[in-house]
Every structure is written in structure tokens, then in C-alpha cells.
Design a binder for this molecule. Structure first.
Ligand SMILES: NC(=O)C1=CN([C@@H]2O[C@H](COP(=O)(O)OP(=O)(O)OC[C@H]3O[C@@H](n4cnc5c(N)ncnc54)[C@H](O)[C@@H]3O)[C@@H](O)[C@H]2O)C=CC1
Ligand SMILES: O=c1[nH]c(=O)c2[nH+]cn([C@@H]3O[C@H](COP(=O)(O)O)[C@@H](O)[C@H]3O)c2[nH]1
Ligand SMILES: [K+]
Length: 540
């Protein structure tokens, strides 16, 4: 620059320049330096609040493309959830009562992510949800609906029409884990005209059943089913207690889950669960630990409280093998406090979720891209991963969260409405298939359970920090997560990052380039100028 400037003072050059200024500025392309080719801005330049004094969120930004020298399938999404847990899919489902119970946690873990069981349940019920995930074995039904021998065919008919399946184990008292007495299937029941007949009279008794003993694997179970030509195979203990049921129809549709998040030794799926910071939550932690939970998420909108500091230290002392995810935080100072108490990961996001009203009600929070970038930068110094929690409504948002330093994205609304979430589907007036989705700080959710977290049951006024609404049916997690991960892979390929760690190295070295988007640029980036269009998410 300085030499150019002084050259311009030189008489001859000054004359040339006045004649043809463009010629002077043209640079020999063979002499272009890295600096000449730099486009956009590093994250550091964008988020340095001293310059911008603004908070930005995902939609304010766009990632500039890099160079592609690998295929989309070569992109490796393996990432860190916490100090000790890695995931092959960087997606975690929120601890919300319309998002994650055991079915969701099982599906998320099978797809390589992780589910966090919400805490709006009694201690016993929450621990039971965790246990269901830990006991899950692909192809094995670990809690089949059982019936008692005293049940009549009439009652069985009602059960069948409600549940949609036809074969049931008959056990003492009709409970799981009790001695198996027999099995009733269509063959036993179809031609009986007196529907008052009790099952004990028509069931196939245990002595005539093909069964297998506890400990058998799916391959062996499959062989036995094929050899015996039966539809159902009860698995029992040496004393005939029912432990599981294997169904031929399930085996047929049982696919492999190569990305599943499993314990490296015992191969059980991993699962997390949320707790609060009240004294009674220590009892909850004990019950969750007994159910072999792998990670505990301390669920609070403002994690930097003495209550949480004490809880983290207590869990790490009592149950050092359990990973503790602390939060939520949005500033470096909050993050430092929680890391120094022993947090194994941090959850980042305040008031930015789709159902959140915290920023409006409490005036506190932070735009999410700024929160993720700043907290990740600090946490990275300690080797602690962060979860970008909330505000994710597309695979592109997940790419941006990873690009700003997050280990994984925690999603509520994005995953709500899938078939594995709690709650029944219903139809809107226009015929759309919907499920409920609500904030854990909404009046509805508080009424169900989180009540005393707020102001105690005696409090006269409940201030909502969330809303309750509906979302559209998204089908099964087993189709939806592959769509999301394929989208993320395309995004990372465009950026030129073959893995999450490579992406984050690029971030730290300033090689990852971003630009802020004006309001017009954001409009341009969306669908525009059409009379109408239909958005189909994927074709599979
Ligand atoms: N990510 C976000 O932006 C937000 C999330 N939420 C969700 O709503 C739910 C409830 O969140 P919060 O209201 O933040 O729950 P919280 O349990 O952290 O706080 C509720 C109230 O209880 C108090 N409290 C907690 N432990 C205490 C103790 N041991 N002794 C005395 N007082 C204590 C807190 O100071 C606060 O006033 C969570 O599921 C959370 O994820 C709610 C608001 C915002
Ligand atoms: O302000 C809030 N009031 C609430 O009632 C509430 N409930 C959940 N959350 C947080 O929102 C995240 C899910 O957000 P998304 O739907 O955008 O994925 C979740 O993961 C939570 O962090 C709440 N925030
Ligand atoms: K919000």
C-alpha cells in the first residue's frame, strides 16, 4: 500500500494513472496472494462486539463457499456432545414434554444423535423412561402388552382394536416380568363364537410354545422364528419369567443402524435426562443414576446460579461417571463459572427458542449466533463442547451452529411433530395432521408439573415464559434425521469441510468466511417471486 501510494506521487506514474486508472490497479493474476483472495469476514471480525455492538443470529449470516475435493458421502459428522460422549449425528432432542420421552430417545440414539428425557414427570416415571432406553435391543420388544388368563375374548377384542396388533403373551396378573402362562394369537381366537370365554381356556399354553432363554441375540432369535414358522417368540428366564418378545414382523422391518450412539462395551444405547436445581432434584439424580443414565442436563434458562453451581459439584462428586451438561448460558462469564464447577458440556441459548417468550418477559437473553460463537470460543479453551440450543428450523441452521463452534444442535420445534414424540396426532379444520408443541415455561406445561420450579404451588401469579402451539406431522425420525444429516453434509461440502473438526479448525484459523445479510439479501435467499409453490422436504 505504502509503495503504491508513493508511486502515485511520482510524476510519470501520476500522468499514466490519469489516463488509465484501471490499468494501474490491475494486478498480475500470477502474483495474487492469499490476502488478495480473501473474501467475506472471519467469525472474529463479525462478532467482535466492540465493533458491531449488535447481536446476530443464524439468519443474519451466510457462510461463503470453499473448495470441494471430496464427495458428499465423505463428509464425517462425528462430533463431541460432552467431554466423554461423541455422536455420529450432531443432533440432540430437547428435554421437553412434547419432544422427548423414551421412544424419541431410542430413535434419536439409533440415528446417531441423543435424546434428553424431560423432567416434567415424577422421579419414578422419568427413571423408568431412562431404563426403557437402556433396555432397548433392536428387534426385541422389551415391554410387550401382556394380558391375564382371566381376561375374556370380548375384552381382548377391545384391546386389539385399540392397539392394532393381534398377539399377546398371557402372564400371571397380565404383567410384564411375571411367569409366562401362554400366548394368544389370531389362530387361537378367530373361530370362538362365545366371546365371554376366558383366555385361559383358549390360549396356547407355555408347554406347547416355542420360547428362547434370556441372553439370546437377534440373529439366533431370527433363526428360531424361521425354523418354528411362528410369528412370535417369547424370551424367558430359567424360571419362566417373561423378559421380552420377538415378533417376526418386527424382524422383517428391522434395519441396521450403523450410526447408533452406543456404549462401547455393553452396546446399550446412550440416553440423557433433565433435572432442576431444587433440593429434591438430588433424589431424582440418584434414581436416574440407578437407571444408568449417561448424561444429566441441568435444565434452567439462566444457568449461572448458586443453585446450579452446587448441583454440578454434587453430581460430579457423587456420580463422577455421569456427564453433566450445565446451562443455559449465553455469555463467556456464565460459561466460565459453570465449567469451573465441573460441567462436561454447556447448553447455549436464552429466549431464542420458537416457543420462548423469555426475552420479551424478562428482557434477558442473546441473539443465538453471537451466543454460540462467544461461548464456544471460551469453552474451547477448556476442551468443553457446547450444544446450540433452540432457534433451529432447518439443516442450514445446524450447519451454521457447527460453523460457529457448537458440538451439536439441540432441537425442539424442528423435531416436534415426528411420530416418536409424545402425544397424539389430530387434524386441524383445514385437514392438516398436527401434534402439540409447547414451551416448558408455558402455562400448560407448568400446570402439568414444572409448577413449583417457578413460584411454588402457593404462588398467586404464574408468569409464562413460553407458549403452547401446534406443529405439522413430520413422519418418523428414521426418515427425518437422514434428511437433516444429508442437508448438513451438503452444507459442509459446499464450505469445503470434510468433518466437523476440520470445520472448527477452519473457524479458529479464520479460514471460514462469513458475510452479514441485509434484509433484502435474506429475502433473496428465501423463495421469492412465485405465484405459489409447494415445499417438499425430501424424496426418499
Ligand atoms: N432456554 C431458554 O431460553 C429458556 C428455557 N426455559 C425452559 O423452561 C423450563 C424452566 O426454566 P427456568 O424457569 O429457568 O427453571 P429454573 O428451575 O432454573 O428456575 C425457576 C425458578 O426457581 C428458582 N430456583 C431454582 N433452584 C432453586 C433453589 N434450589 N432454591 C431456590 N430457588 C431456586 C430460580 O432462581 C427461578 O426463579 C426449563 O425446561 C427451561 O429449559 C424457560 C425459559 C427460557
Ligand atoms: O423461553 C423459553 N420458554 C419456554 O417455555 C421454553 N421451553 C423450552 N425452551 C427452550 O427452547 C428450546 C427449543 O427451542 P426450539 O423450539 O426453537 O428448538 C429448548 O431446548 C429450551 O432451551 C423454552 N424457552
Ligand atoms: K423466542
Amino acid at each position: 500500500m505504502a509503495t503504491n501510494g508513493s508511486a502515485a506521487m511520482n510524476g510519470k506514474d501520476a500522468k499514466d494513472r490519469s489516463r488509465s486508472p484501471r490499468k494501474e490497479l490491475k494486478k498480475d493474476p500470477s502474483k495474487l496472494t492469499e490476502e488478495d483472495l480473501k473474501d467475506g469476514f472471519s467469525a472474529q471480525e463479525i462478532f467482535s462486539s466492540a465493533i458491531t455492538k449488535s447481536g446476530y443470529t443464524y439468519d443474519d449470516l451466510i457462510c461463503l463457499p470453499g473448495h470441494i475435493n471430496f464427495g458428499v458421502h465423505d463428509v464425517n459428522l462425528t462430533t463431541r456432545f460432552s467431554r466423554k460422549i461423541t455422536l455420529k449425528t450432531p443432533i440432540v432432542s430437547s428435554p421437553m414434554d412434547t419432544v422427548t420421552e423414551s421412544n424419541m430417545a431410542i430413535a434419536m440414539a439409533l440415528e446417531g444423535g441423543l435424546g434428553v428425557i424431560h423432567t416434567n414427570l415424577s422421579i419414578e416415571a422419568q427413571a423408568n423412561e431412562v431404563a426403557r432406553v437402556k433396555k432397548f435391543k433392536a428387534g426385541f420388544i422389551i415391554d410387550p402388552v401382556c394380558v391375564p388368563p382371566t381376561m375374556t375374548l370380548e375384552e381382548l377384542d377391545q384391546l386389539k382394536s385399540k392397539l392394532g396388533f393381534t398377539g399377546f403373551p398371557v402372564t400371571e396378573n397380565g404383567q410384564m416380568g411375571r411367569p409366562l402362562l401362554g400366548l394368544v394369537t389370531k389362530r387361537d381366537t378367530d373361530f370362538i363364537t362365545d366371546r365371554k370365554t376366558r383366555l385361559s381356556a383358549i390360549m396356547t399354553p407355555l408347554s406347547q410354545l416355542v420360547t428362547e432363554k434370556e441372553g439370546i441375540d437377534l440373529k439366533q432369535a431370527n433363526e428360531t422364528l424361521q425354523k418354528s414358522k411362528k410369528g412370535k417368540l417369547p424370551i424367558i428366564t430359567n424360571t419362566n419369567l417373561l423378559v421380552a418378545l420377538v415378533a417376526r414382523t418386527d424382524i422383517k422391518k428391522n434395519v441396521e443402524f450403523p450410526n447408533a450412539t452406543k456404549h462401547p462395551v455393553n452396546k446399550e444405547l446412550l440416553v440423557a435426562a433433565a433435572i432442576g436445581t431444587r433440593p429434591a432434584d438430588r433424589e431424582r439424580v440418584r434414581a436416574l443414576a440407578a437407571a444408568r443414565v449417561d448424561a444429566i442436563i441441568i435444565d434452567s434458562s439462566q444457568g449461572d446460579s448458586v443453585f446450579q453451581h452446587e448441583m454440578i459439584k454434587w453430581i460430579k462428586k457423587e456420580f463422577p461417571e455421569i456427564q453433566v451438561v450445565a446451562g443455559n448460558v449465553v455469555t463467556k462469564q456464565q460459561a466460565k463459572h459453570l465449567i469451573e464447577c465441573g460441567a462436561d458440556a454447556l447448553r447455549v441459548g436464552m429466549g431464542i427458542g420458537s416457543i420462548c417468550t423469555t426475552q420479551e418477559v424478562c428482557a434477558c437473553g442473546r441473539a443465538q449466533a453471537s451466543a454460540v460463537y462467544n461461548v464456544a470460543k471460551l469453552a474451547n479453551l477448556y476442551g468443553v463442547p457446547i450444544l446450540a440450543d433452540g432457534g433451529i428450523s432447518s439443516p442450514g441452521h445446524i450447519v451454521k451452529a457447527l460453523s460457529l463452534g457448537a458440538g451439536a444442535a439441540m432441537c425442539g420445534s424442528l423435531l416436534a411433530g415426528t411420530s416418536e414424540t409424545p402425544g397424539e396426532y389430530f387434524y386441524s379444520e383445514e385437514g392438516k395432521r398436527l401434534k402439540r408443541y409447547r414451551g416448558m415455561g408455558s402455562i400448560d406445561a407448568m400446570k402439568k408439573g414444572s409448577d413449583d420450579r417457578y413460584f411454588g404451588t402457593t404462588s398467586a401469579i404464574k408468569v409464562a415464559q413460553g407458549v403452547s402451539g401446534t406443529v405439522q406431522d413430520k413422519g418418523s425420525i428414521h426418515r427425518y434425521i437422514p434428511y437433516l444429516t444429508q442437508g448438513i453434509r451438503h452444507g459442509m461440502q459446499d464450505i469445503g469441510a470434510k468433518s466437523v473438526s476440520e470445520l472448527q479448525d477452519m473457524l479458529q484459523q479464520g479460514h471460514l468466511r462469513f458475510e452479514l445479510r441485509s434484509a433484502a439479501a435474506q429475502r433473496e435467499g428465501g423463495v421469492h417471486g412465485l405465484h405459489s409453490f409447494e415445499r417438499k422436504l425430501f424424496d426418499a
